[in-house]
Design a binder for this molecule. Structure first.
Ligand SMILES: Cc1ncc(COP(=O)(O)O)c(C=O)c1O
Length: 368
């Protein structure tokens, strides 16, 4: 686009850089001329999509000429039943990404309000705040990646409408106990909401020790976000949900684009909740893989950050960028963390037992 045309782009948008996703398998196959590439970069489910869900998606393929029912009532009821909550407190979205954007637009006033989070944090919080003309304030984490509650609280002022927290956190895997989250939320001024993004909560052990849903009914200013992209293996279908006070849920449904959760995502989400055998298996593989990778990486001299998520952040004994590139050339994609501001760290998603072995063998060769 010419500079002349760019003047018609909103000033907030002109400095935007595209979201940095994990590299794709196709890109790496083409670049290195490889037949087999494994991806341990985007925290997806190593078992893929449940066969039961695949069958439901195929069965409903003929229905895609229809619009979905507005606000996905059956899916909302299924999620509410799964959590032991009321459907009125659930809003589904096109991934939790959509819900993050909707929350900012629902609650924060452009040019007046601010949104607060740690640095680093999931980049969509900042992108959507900026896109919506809302000031975005950040403070660092503690040195060990635990949450610096006092510093976070110091950023909050009467204009703060939302505080975003990821628990377990990405990219560190650190999880704060629910009691700490509850204390922080209870101390926020009236009109400020704490959004706890629980994209990885299914992998925390035990979940109740960490999840804000364990106290959600008792603290009125807490919003919880969850996704079907990780443990339920539906990242490509785009499905997430928010648990929030009924009044907010009601307004959120009014501003959400009516059909943002499509028919296949709606049906797949319901089937995924029912397929307990699949999620139990995925969980078993991920928890075992997490232990295996932690201990093997440690043996190789890596500094490990204890993780409650389906990935591990580690400091390799050598240049992180070079190790990342060496893995790529062997057909293994993991995640460098320079876009999070950590040039010396890497993040690997837990894979299948076979993928974990391949990754560790490659690390052994590279580090040696
Ligand atoms: C912390 C966090 N929140 C939200 C998301 C996005 O979830 P969804 O796929 O539901 O949009 C991710 C995805 O990687 C994430 O890491």
């Amino acid at each position: 686009m010419s500079e002349k045309q760019a003047i018609y782009i909103r000033s907030q948008v002109q400095s935007f850089k595209p979201y940095t996703p994990g590299l794709s398998i196709e890109e790496i196959k083409n670049k290195y001329g490889l037949k087999k590439v494994i991806k341990m970069a985007s925290n997806e489910n190593p078992l893929g999509t449940s066969p039961v869900v695949q069958e439901v998606v195929s069965r409903n393929a003929s229905m895609v000429f229809r619009y979905p029912r507005a606000n996905n009532p059956s899916l909302g009821r299924a999620i509410a039943a799964h959590l032991g909550l009321e459907p009125g407190n659930i809003v589904c979205g096109n991934g939790s990404d959509e819900l993050i954007d909707l929350l900012i637009r629902l609650i924060a006033v452009p040019g007046q309000s601010n949104v607060v989070a740690f640095r680093p944090c999931f980049s969509i919080y900042q992108l959507q705040a900026r896109l919506n003309g809302v000031d975005f304030r950040q403070t660092g984490l503690n040195h060990d990646f635990s949450f610096a509650w006092n510093e976070l609280g110091d950023l909050v002022n009467p204009q703060t409408r939302l505080v975003f927290l990821t628990n377990p956190d990405n990219p560190s895997g650190y999880a704060a106990p629910a009691g700490e989250i509850r204390d922080f939320a209870s101390a926020l001024p009236e009109g400020s909401y704490l959004v706890v993004d629980e994209a990885y909560i299914d992998f925390a052990r035990p979940v109740e020790k960490y999840s804000a849903l364990s106290f959600w009914r008792e603290v009125p200013n807490v919003i919880v976000l969850r996704t079907f992209s990780k443990m339920y293996g539906l990242a490509g279908l785009r499905l997430g949900y928010a648990v929030l006070p009924g009044m907010l849920a009601d307004y959120m449904r009014r501003i959400r684009l009516p059909f943002s959760v499509n028919i296949l995502a709606d049906k797949a989400g319901q089937a995924a909740l029912e397929d307990v055998a699949f999620t139990e298996k995925a969980l078993e593989i991920i928890l075992e893989g997490r232990m295996f990778l932690s201990s093997e990486l440690q043996k190789l001299g890596c500094g490990i950050y204890p993780s409650q998520a389906n990935f591990i952040m580690f400091a390799p004994p050598g240049n992180a960028r070079e190790i990342f590139e060496a893995l790529l050339s062997r057909g293994i994609i993991i995640r460098p963390l320079d876009s999070y501001g950590f040039n010396e760290l890497l993040r690997v998603s837990i894979g299948t037992p076979e993928e974990n072995q391949i990754f560790i063998r490659a690390m052994q060769e590279i580090v040696a």
